[in-house]
Write a protein that binds this ligand. Structure first.
Ligand code: COA
Ligand code: AMP
Length: 636
């Protein structure tokens, strides 16, 4: 069957299409209803069907003869360790840890926050939650206590699972003090914290605290009895994953169980062209959606081997790391963010470090997380000679919205384009009034409802925010907040965010949140943060600050203080580059900061002065500040 036939069937008969896909999974109770509406009027897939994600990912394969196949390869250059875990071993660990969580009071529907590095125990923790029907919420290990505390308070977990440390290249980062600080700061600390002690760093345990108590991972395991998977409804939340919105409060994206399982399984064939037994490596972090979907759930549901890599593209030990792992573990499909390849190219522009590795196993390279810029696309293509697939998606969708459908019918690659809509998604380009735009015209990228299985049904305990963030702008559509165009051949070009979210080295961050944090500095009257272009990281944030009346703080002192706030409140990944003090910010006459004009000025010297601007000279000051930063960054 051709892509066009499959795509058209997915749109003209979504229920028939997804019923057939659902039938490929091992349900405890097969769904009779395929698409329905819940009491909030939101679309739901497979309501009434019953299944368990850990059963699909583990027990099902053992029942079908894959028990001795490697499920997980942990490759950790930062510790010098490697571990291969079979499906049977992983199932046994997961079943036992689920028993341990149950003994700590965790039951179906309870939330569990997971703050862990890239170790197999992170997958065990996630799958153990899934086995119980508990809802996990993984928080990226690069986030600081403030971010962790905000998420804990929103999810109100019964337990938290962490490790004594993460390792960044050769730096040991103790996690437990960060967790303790977050628990001190939050209003709803969980009663139990399970700590995986790593040999690199022993965490001090709290056993006598009245509100919260620490438990050793190995002790919990040793005392536990394995448990069987709990049958949950298809609409039962598998996880909450917090992602940056335009304010300081992150959005709790809810992922259901049945729709997600069906969508991921479909994607492994249609998008990634993988068969059971194949080795799939996603070099990302389990803390991001890419990690949830393509390090953990999709490869395991599909019976593949997944590589869990605890290292960097460079410096662990060098820019040959990708090629070493691919060759050593016979990786068939490799997926990472463009920024990772930019880091490799910077160190090894001629890809000399590929030499000596047998890369014949590798069949395709997938990129996502940010736009695959044409120079990076061209470089990867030239050095690998393989299909290089840019595919576009978001935490909210959980899987690709647009891609080159390698498993159905590969198409011509176009540099700069994420190619075609994946079956199930109807992509539209709309102007600000919601009118569809002709080919080649830029606009808001929206998805016609219903969204296919796997996409978010709502935000955690915030249906209203779900409505106004995604559904209200264009009735009948989901607003992606990305902008771009579709060309004459139907290829999608995603050009960037239309809101105050930026993408720093593939990490999605909120400039609104940074503004809130900077605004707390006693010298600051108001501020604006935008993303400026960066050769390596794609974008990095820069702040513009207006001082309070009478303040005489040295701008360099203020800059250091503000950078420190962002680093200690959000994390080093935020990479705030510069803070410029200006007399005034460009504003409309009604007092709204013209962030769009500041953004435009960072991209081009001359921008049209908006008719609504209060004082056109304010733009000149921003232009000068940007120029100063550009010169100093160039000189570095
Ligand atoms: N825990 C603690 N700190 C972390 C961290 C983590 N998990 N990840 C990054 N950091 C720190 C780094 O150590 C660095 O600290 P420093 O400023 O003190 O040196 C800082 O955050 C900036 O990190 P980053 O911008 O990520 O640069 P890097 O050189 O460490 O890594 C990449 C470069 C390309 C490997 C990395 O940015 C990356 O993997 N990006 C892809 C993200 C991704 O997978 N997104 C999902 C879509 S696919
Ligand atoms: P996240 O939710 O962290 O996965 O970030 C999603 C955002 O990253 C999207 O809304 C886009 O702005 C950007 N993004 C992800 N993948 C791509 C891609 N292939 N091309 C362009 N932008 C992308």
């Amino acid at each position: 069957m051709h892509y066009q036939d499959i795509y058209e069937r997915s749109i003209s008969d979504p229920e028939g299409f997804w019923r057939q896909e659902a039938a490929r999974l091992d349900w405890f109770k097969a769904p009779e209803t395929i698409l329905s509406r819940d009491d909030q009027g939101f679309d739901r897939w497979f309501a009434g069907g019953q299944l368990n994600m850990a059963h699909l990912a583990l027990d099902h394969h053992i029942d079908h003869g894959r028990g001795e196949q490697t499920a997980v390869i942990h490759d950790s250059p930062v510790t010098g360790r490697q571990r291969h875990i079979t499906y049977r071993e992983l199932r046994d660990e997961v079943a036992r840890f689920a028993g341990g969580l149950r003994a700590l009071g965790v039951e179906c529907g309870d939330r569990v926050v997971i703050y862990m590095p890239m170790v197999p125990e992170t997958l065990v923790a996630m799958l153990a939650c899934a086995r119980l029907g508990a809802i996990h919420s993984v928080v990226f290990g690069g986030f600081q206590p403030h971010e962790l505390a905000v998420r804990i308070d929103d999810a109100r977990p019964r337990a938290l699972i962490t490790a004594s440390c993460g390792i960044e290249v050769s730096r040991i980062l103790p996690y437990k003090p960060l967790v303790d600080e977050a628990l001190q700061a939050c209003d709803c600390p969980p009663a139990a914290t399970v700590v995986l002690q790593r040999p690199e760093c022993e965490a001090a345990m709290q056993v006598n605290n009245a509100t919260t108590r620490d438990f050793d991972w190995h002790r919990v395991m040793a005392d536990a009895s394995p448990v069987d998977p709990v049958a949950v409804d298809a609409t039962h939340p598998l996880y909450i994953l917090y992602t940056s919105g335009t304010t300081g409060k992150p959005k709790g994206v809810v992922r259901d169980t049945g729709g997600y399982a069906v969508a991921l399984n479909f994607s492994m064939d249609a998008v990634y062209n993988l068969d059971p037994g194949d080795v799939f490596w996603t070099a990302s972090d389990v803390g991001w959606v890419v990690g949830h979907s393509y390090i953990v759930y999709a490869p395991l549901i599909h019976g593949c081997t997944t590589v869990v890599y605890e290292g960097k593209p460079v410096r662990t030990p060098d820019a040959g790391a990708f090629w070493r792992v691919i060759a050593e573990h016979r990786v068939k499909t490799f997926f990472t963010a463009p920024t990772a390849f930019r880091a490799v190219r910077k160190e090894d522009p001629d890809a000399a470090m590929m030499a000596g590795y047998d890369l014949s196993c590798l069949k395709a390279v997938y990129l996502a997380g940010e736009r695959l810029d044409p120079p990076t696309y061209g470089w990867i293509k030239a050095i690998t000679g393989l299909p290089v697939i840019d595919h576009w998606w978001q935490t909210e969708t959980g899987w690709a919205i647009a891609a080159n459908p390698m498993g159905i019918e590969p198409h011509r690659e176009k540099s700069g384009s994420a190619a075609l809509p994946v079956p199930g998604y109807q992509i539209a380009i709309l102007d600000s009034d919601g009118s569809p735009q002709p080919a080649g015209t830029q606009g808001n990228i929206a998805l016609r409802l219903p969204l296919p299985p796997g996409c978010l049904p709502t935000l955690w305990e915030d249906d209203d925010r779900f409505r106004y963030s995604y559904l209200n702008a264009f009735p009948g559509y989901y607003d992606t907040s990305d902008g771009g165009y579709i060309d004459e051949d139907g290829y999608l070009f995603v050009m960037g965010r239309m809101d105050d979210v930026i993408n720093v080295a593939g990490h999605r961050l909120s400039t609104g949140e940074m503004e809130e944090l900077i605004g707390h500095h006693p010298a600051v009257a108001e501020c604006a943060v935008i993303g400026i272009a960066d050769e390596l990281k794609g974008e990095v944030p820069m702040g513009f600050v207006v001082l309070k009346e009478g303040q005489t703080i040295d701008p360099a002192v203020l800059e250091n203080a503000v950078m420190d706030v962002i680093r200690t409140q959000i994390g080093a990944i935020a990479n705030l580059q510069a803070v410029a003090v200006v007399d005034k910010l460009p504003k409309t006459r009604s007092g709204k900061i013209l962030r769009k004009s500041i953004r435009q000025l960072s991209q081009e010297r001359d921008v049209a002065v908006p008719a609504t601007i209060e004082d056109p000279s304010s733009l000149e000051e921003i232009r000068e500040a940007l120029e100063t930063v550009r010169v100093s960054r160039y000189a570095r």
